[in-house]
Design a protein around this ligand. Sequence first.
Ligand code: DAH
Length: 337
Amino acid sequence: MDLKERIEKLEAELNALKELPASGLEAFRIAYAGKKGHLKQLYEELKDVPNEMKKEVGQSINGLRMLVDEKIASWKDHESSDSAKERIDSSRPGHSSATGSIHPITLVKEEIIDIFSRIGFSLSEGPEIEDDWHNFSALNFPPEHPARDMQDTFFVGKDEALRTHTSSVQVRVMEGSQPPIRTISPGRVFRNEAISSRSHCMFHQIEGLYIDKGVSFADLKQTLLYFAKEFLGEKTDIRLRPSYFPFTEPSAEVDVYWGLETETDYRITKGTGWLEIMGCGMVDPEVLKNCNIDPEVYSGFAFGMGIERIAMLRYQIPDIRMFFENDVRFLNQFRTL
Ligand code: DAH
């Protein structure tokens, strides 16, 4: 059989080979492309082919080589995906990917919003940078009130400051709508205070406001009792102590009965069993007037509480700074998923 015929025969053989022979890819590679394989042999013999035929025969051997390469490449893909399959151990436990958790301040905030939304309170928000009117003047703070002092307030410009409480949102809501108004306003507030385990220059509050015809102090007390029972349990009791805020008259501070069972109860309630959780009162008629609501027709109540304080009680967190450090060891403890 001359060289040309052998090339054609090998070509036909290769074309007929649709699948990798049982002997495997390496055996095929050695037989065709190995050091002593068919291709090597043919190239050797090419030397003796008469010059005028060399080009043609050489091209046919090259064609044959391409065919071999193609076969090897396609079977290689197959073989590697087969062996990858073999390497997967489906009995091994998987890697779980790390998911985030909800910040405790958000958890408490959402729960409080939820409790008040069940009795018809809507949600409202205001800006963190406030003007003097919304943060102080409309709320009846006299010009010389110490809260306006540089020591308490972060001023941003001549008339602007970081809000010191969410009561500013009350003013915005009343200015923008007529009663009946029932709204709660969560948000971040800022005070120029020394940072310690109990106080921070930045924290969160939730403000509540209810304005309608004939709203009384009894309505305020029942609303807060409902909240305390929903949030802390059916047995929870509250008491109101007289207090003072420029924007409410009368004003009160609200305590919840925490209990005096453990040493910690003694410590956090200073031996009384009662814990202060918020300020509240009947909206001062002057404030209603400032917001274009007629105090002869309408009355209402307001209340405000610090979210950090409530979260610290609920989760027994000893230091307010933990809320702002973003230490994952702390945050991971509030997983809800
Ligand atoms: N704004 C008060 C504070 O930051 C809390 C407060 C007290 C809000 C009485 C009220 C209220 O709406 O009626 O200390």
